[in-house]
Ligand binder design. Structure first.
Ligand code: DHB
Ligand code: FE
Length: 282
């Protein structure tokens, strides 16, 4: 049977990928952030999964806004790296896991989550930056296959935080019911507090972020009880991406161990957080 071995929550700020792609990680501006990643990266390198389910959002890069599915899953054999306007990132294309994707879609739909299926999908910074946070030097290919799980966090009305946590619970059950012995990692991406435009551009709310970093481990139900308006008020118009961490958290189940956490301000105009959990099983 497949099992979830660990969960990683991480911001997916595009400039984090750009700093890596342009060899700037040792610069004084970036060094503290990348130093903070090192212990988690070392642990994950010793616990390589067969496949990662990466919960993320497209930022109107690969997908346009004429159709906005609330939840979607990629079922392709591979995913090209999206061109976000200045050429694709120089990182490997992403290898899919079609049979596993199909199983997840079927199981989630049976569980009343009406998932949109993406048979063809390019992946933007929301997915590739977390892969780079996990694995800075992939060489020719990433260490594991990937199932993209998309959440609408950019168009009102976004799903509730409670629905995202419930999706995580259903995702965990769907993973565990896959008959092959797959080791699965689940990534929750986006956040932390940030607002990219408007009067409150540059908003950082460290108090909220610290509360969130604690509660994602100890009290995810508390985070699930917040409304979308509360996320936007406290964490900023793009800070609502944090609801995607709840999908990851739900998939892990109740017995987890915090391996490592780091929090750094600023990365571009945002607060960047990362927390790694080992799943201790049922
Ligand atoms: C930026 C974009 C994002 O999608 C995000 O999650 C954080 C920051 C940016 O453009 O700086
Ligand atoms: Fe984003």
């Amino acid at each position: 049977m497949a099992e979830v071995i660990w969960g990683l929550a991480t911001s997916h700020v595009p400039s984090i990928g750009a700093a890596m792609d342009h060899g700037k990680t040792a610069d004084p501006y970036w060094n503290p952030l990348f130093d903070g990643y090192a212990p988690a990266r070392a642990w994950m390198a010793r616990h390589t999964p067969d496949v990662a389910v990466i919960v993320y959002n497209d930022h109107a890069n690969a997908l346009d806004l004429t159709v906005t599915p609330t939840f979607g899953i990629g079922t392709a054999a591979s995913y090209q790296v999206a061109d976000e306007g200045w050429g694709s990132r120089p990182v490997p294309a992403v290898t899919g896991a079609p049979a596993f994707s199909d199983h997840l879609v079927g199981s989630l739909i049976d569980d009343s989550f009406d998932i949109t299926v993406y048979q063809d999908l390019d992946v933007d910074h929301g997915l590739t930056v977390p892969l780079s946070v996990y694995c800075p030097d992939p060489g020719e290919s990433w260490p594991c296959a990937v199932v993209p799980l998309l959440v609408n966090v950019i168009q009102y009305p976004q799903p509730t935080a409670a629905r995202c946590l419930a999706l995580g619970h259903a995702l965990g059950a769907a993973i565990r019911s896959f008959p092959e012995d797959l080791k699965v990692a689940v990534f929750g991406t986006g956040g932390m507090s940030h607002q990219l435009a408007g009067e409150r551009a540059g908003l950082i709310n460290q108090e909220f972020d610290r509360m969130f970093l604690d509660a994602i481990e100890h009290d995810p139900e508390k985070l699930a009880s917040l409304t979308r308006e509360e996320y936007i008020r406290e964490a900023g118009s793009e800070g609502i991406e944090l609801i995607m961490w709840l999908v990851m958290r739900g998939a892990l189940g109740p017995r987890i161990r915090r391996v490592y956490e780091t929090y750094h301000v600023p990365a571009s105009n945002t607060a960047a957080g990362m927390v790694l959990f080992e799943n201790l099983g049922r």
